[in-house]
Design a protein around this ligand. Structure first.
Ligand SMILES: [Zn+2]
Ligand SMILES: [Zn+2]
Length: 179
């Protein structure tokens, strides 16, 4: 099993690259500046790793296999820190699409609120000429490398399921109203 270097976010929400050291103390030039979570003076404090969800373990495995020992993604590994924080908050059984590019990663959720964005994002990535790797997490135990076509079909199917559920709900309410 290989190792992967990730730029983990600081507790302030900014990446390590935003943090600097000065003779008079630690400073952060990130988004936390002048907010209620400004880490000025405290310095870089990487986020807690309270647990390692199976999805995230599978993603690191995939990154290692994709890079073949080379650093991958080549830039913006801080995206993986963002993905980790999203996954920590996901309920078990929640599937998602994961996109790995040379310049970072993107997680596309497939719940009702995220589907519209997922569809737009998938279309955007399809138009890019670069080499993009697509993965699907089944919600429980398997991360599978898939094609762009498969991603499009997966999102389409999720939207269809969503529409059917809404229709069923509306029909049910109509029935209840008729009685
Ligand atoms: Zn900070
Ligand atoms: Zn900061």
């Amino acid at each position: 099993m290989g190792v992967i270097q990730i730029d983990w976010h600081c507790e302030c929400g900014d990446g390590p690259a935003s943090h600097y050291s000065r003779p008079d103390g630690e400073v952060c030039f990130g988004w936390c500046q002048q907010t209620d979570h400004d880490c000025n003076g405290m310095g870089y404090r990487p986020i807690n790793h309270t647990r390692r969800p199976p999805a995230f373990a599978a993603m690191l495995e995939a990154l290692w296999n994709a890079g073949g020992g080379e650093r991958w993604p080549k830039h913006f590994s801080v995206d993986i820190s963002t993905d980790y924080q999203t996954i920590i908050g996901l309920p078990e059984g929640q599937p998602f699409i994961w996109i790995v590019r040379e310049m970072g990663t993107h997680l596309l959720l497939l719940d009702a609120e995220s589907l519209g964005f997922a569809e737009q994002a998938a279309r955007y990535f399809e138009r890019q000429s670069e080499n993009i790797r697509y993965y699907v997490w089944n919600g429980w135990n398997t991360l599978t490398k898939v094609s762009a076509d498969h991603v499009r079909e997966t999102i389409k199917a999720a939207i269809q399921t969503q529409e059917n559920e809404e229709m069923a709900y509306m029909t049910e309410r109509q029935w209840a109203g008729d009685r």
